[in-house]
Write a protein that binds this ligand. Structure first.
Ligand code: PEP
Ligand code: MG
Length: 694
């Protein structure tokens, strides 16, 4: 080691203890900046600027003789939360020996036999420490020649299940209040309890073959498939499958739904695959660039091995790890403690928690997790199933508004029945339905056979259809012909969707009069008051006619997404038209930063490495920039319309720090994917508790 030191540093290893001590201290400070520390901080929302501290203390020796020893103990079991001293120690050893694992330590209970007086003293101190800090403690101790020394104590790390049990037990023991119990649980940790997990022993033995982004949590194990259709077919035939794609597109929705998990080569945390998978609660690992994909020949290479259709793999959406084998999974269970904590949280929070849900299944799942409504129902996802896509394509390639209306007429009853099922699943809670948003080229066929078939059906030439399709090409679809721009060009779309929403609400109201449904129609991608006024007038004309014809007194609301900076800047004008705002912080983030949510993953890592950004602005709201726009727009909106309802429905809506921000600027609700509803409920309670203390 001394030779190595000299080689590295070009000088002898220092022999002066004071110099050694200073160098050791500097090494601790340097460790703040190592790559692992940076990753850990990003995962746990710890700012780089905090820095670290160094304690210098005299040493006691656990390796002096057989009346000496050292160990680590917890006041409760960190895995289960059970109330009992839990830990290990070694006789005649130092901390290093315990960590290095050269000797097998004994259970702390054995100390009771070996050194009864020391054990009793230790148990007494452990008890005092827990009573003092009013939380489970993780303690390090050394015994030197029969005398006990406490080296350190801290609140112990624990599993999510243990955290819930400990919090409930501490309340029952009279040690903390319900408010303190709610405040002490990390909302993000709940995620582990909501998805299936790998069997811990099986996971230990498995080998990681690659890593991608931990895009949607959960554990999935299945046979590799390369197309959404195969995923659907094989899953229907009873197989478990993992859909592996270069990237996913809206057409893959059904396959993604049927798959146990989704693995993609490209795409970041808010890529299509990630957003949709989180919404469905499907496990997803995205952006694993190391995969050498050969979709045409249905195989890929990773970690030096080739995987073909039908081969087993496992993916962990909570770590991003990929395994080239089958690993046993265990289903998620929601314990009684979980429920107790959530009920307490609901008493403290001010913010409502809604969900982003596009299907009755998602809605029912979110309802079960306590969602108070739907903040965003993306209607485009309903157009991809086999019976709909044809009519949709017909509508897109229509050249006259008559042709378009004819195609839309086929879609209207289908949309209506979707909306009815969603209203039913939400049992009368509010539902915000958004008009069609994506650019139309996402819906047209690319496969020559499909193009031929569609041309035949529409009674037009293949050449002509090809021209129409290439005419839909855009250089920058994200800023292209999408959102309310579609309704300005083709008001028939807004008309059809409004009719479907209003008719669905009327139908459900007549079956369930107690629910008092008030439809909320949301216009996407607005940037100008007159633009919204135009679409709103189409909605109003359609809705009023239908309601009047039905002889109903039903009311409805028209609102808008605020997802373009210009809409935020002119929110006072927009609020003249909009009865509610929903901040679409996915688009608002990409348009404010000027980088695409689908491409940013490629360069953001360099931004983290160079400390330019500390976190992904698509996962955690950038409060300094995007958040400033949100706050300003909320204030401007309220100036015009004091009772305006304000919510957020971008992906950040389920992130605890974003939830806290939304509470502090007085939004009415956050909306997030179904599996993040419990997290948002807890985060909202914590935000309220924290704000009260200030
Ligand atoms: C948004 O932009 O934040 C949003 C919710 O809409 P989408 O993700 O569908 O663009
Ligand atoms: Mg958007």
């Amino acid at each position: 080691f001394k030779a190595h030191y000299k080689e590295e540093k070009g000088e002898d290893f220092p022999t002066d203890p004071a110099v050694q001590l200073m160098e050791a201290i500097k090494a601790v400070f340097r460790s703040w900046d190592n790559p692992r520390a940076n990753v850990y901080r990003r995962m746990n929302d710890i700012p780089y600027s905090w820095g670290t501290a160094v304690n210098v203390q005299p040493m006691v020796f656990g390796n002096l003789n057989d009346k000496s020893g050292t160990g680590v103990a917890f006041t409760r079991d960190p895995a289960t939360g059970e109330k009992a001293l839990f830990g290990e120690y070694l006789i005649n050893a130092q901390g290093e020996d315990v960590v290095a694992g050269i000797r097998t330590p004994s259970k702390i209970s054995k100390l009771h036999e070996e050194m009864p007086a020391v054990y009793d003293q230790f148990a007494d101190i452990a008890n005092r420490l827990e009573n003092h800090y009013r939380d489970m403690q993780d303690m390090e101790f050394t015994i030197e020649n029969g005398k006990l020394y406490m080296l350190q104590t801290r609140n112990g790390k624990r599993t999510a299940a243990a955290a819930l049990k400990i919090a409930c037990d501490l309340v029952d023991e009279g040690m903390i209040t319900e408010e303190e119990a709610v405040a002490m649980i990390d909302p993000k940790s709940l995620d582990a309890l909501l998805h299936p997990t790998f069997d811990a022993a099986a996971l230990k033995k498995a080998k990681v073959i690659g890593t991608g982004l931990a895009a949607s949590p959960g554990a999935a194990c299945g046979k590799v498939v390369f197309t959404a259709e195969t995923a659907t077919d094989m899953a229907k035939a009873g197989h478990k499958v993992i859909l592996v794609r270069l990237e996913t597109s809206p057409e893959d929705i059904e396959g993604m739904h049927y798959a146990q998990g989704v693995l993609t080569v490209r795409g970041g945390m808010t890529s299509h695959a990630a957003v949709v998978a989180r919404g469905m609660g499907t496990c997803c690992v995205s952006g694993c660039g190391a995969i050498k994909m050969d979709e045409a020949n249905k195989k890929f290479e990773l970690g030096g091995k080739t995987y073909k259709e039908g081969d087993w793999i496992s993916i962990d959406g909570s770590t991003g790890n990929i395994y080239g084998e089958k690993i046993k999974t265990a289903a998620a269970a929601i314990s009684g403690d979980f429920n107790r904590i959530m009920n307490w949280a609901d008493q403290f929070r001010v913010l409502d928690v809604r969900t982003n849900a596009d299907t009755p299944n998602d809605a029912a799942q979110a309802f079960a997790f306590g969602a108070q409504g739907i903040g965003l129902c993306r209607t485009e996802h309903m157009f991809f199933e086999a019976d709909r896509i044809k009519a949709m394509r017909e509508m897109i390639v229509s050249e006259t508004s008559e042709q378009r209306e004819k195609a839309l007429a086929k879609l209207e009853p289908i949309q209506q029945s979707d909306f009815e099922a969603i209203y039913e699943a939400m049992k009368g809670r509010p539902v915000t339905i958004r008009l069609l948003d994506p650019p139309l080229h996402e819906f047209v066929p690319t496969d020559p056979k499909d193009i031929e078939e569609l041309a035949k059906e529409m009674n037009i030439s293949v050449e002509h259809l090809k021209q129409v399709i290439s005419g839909l090409h855009e250089f920058n679809p994200m800023m292209g012909h999408r959102g309310c721009r579609l309704d300005v060009t083709f008001p028939e779309i807004a008309k059809m969707q409004t009719a479907a929403i209003i008719k669905a609400a009327l139908a459900v109201r007549s079956r369930r009069p107690a629910w008092k449904i008030v439809p909320e129609i949301m216009v996407p991608l607005v940037g100008e008051e007159k633009e919204l006024a135009f679409v709103k007038s189409v909605i109003d004309q359609t809705a009023k006619k239908i309601i009047k014809a039905a002889g109903s007194d039903m009311t409805y609301k028209v609102g808008t997404m605020i997802e373009i900076p210009r809409a935020a800047l002119t929110a006072d004008a927009i609020a003249n038209q909009a009865e509610f705002f929903s901040f679409g912080t996915n688009d608002l983030t990409q348009m404010t930063f000027g980088f695409s949510r689908d491409d940013a993953g490629k360069f953001l890592a360099s931004y983290y490495d160079n400390k330019i950004y500390e976190s992904d602005p698509f996962s955690k709201l950038d409060q300094a920039g995007v958040g400033r726009l949100v706050k300003m727009a909320a204030e401007l909106g309220r100036q015009t319309r004091p009772d305006i309802k304000l919510g957020i429905c971008g992906e950040q809506g389920g992130d605890p720090s974003t939830v806290e921000f939304c509470h502090n600027i007085g939004l009415s609700y956050v909306s997030c994917s179904p599996f993040r509803v419990p997290i948002a409920r807890l985060a909202a309670a914590q935000a309220a508790i924290k704000a009260k203390k200030k």
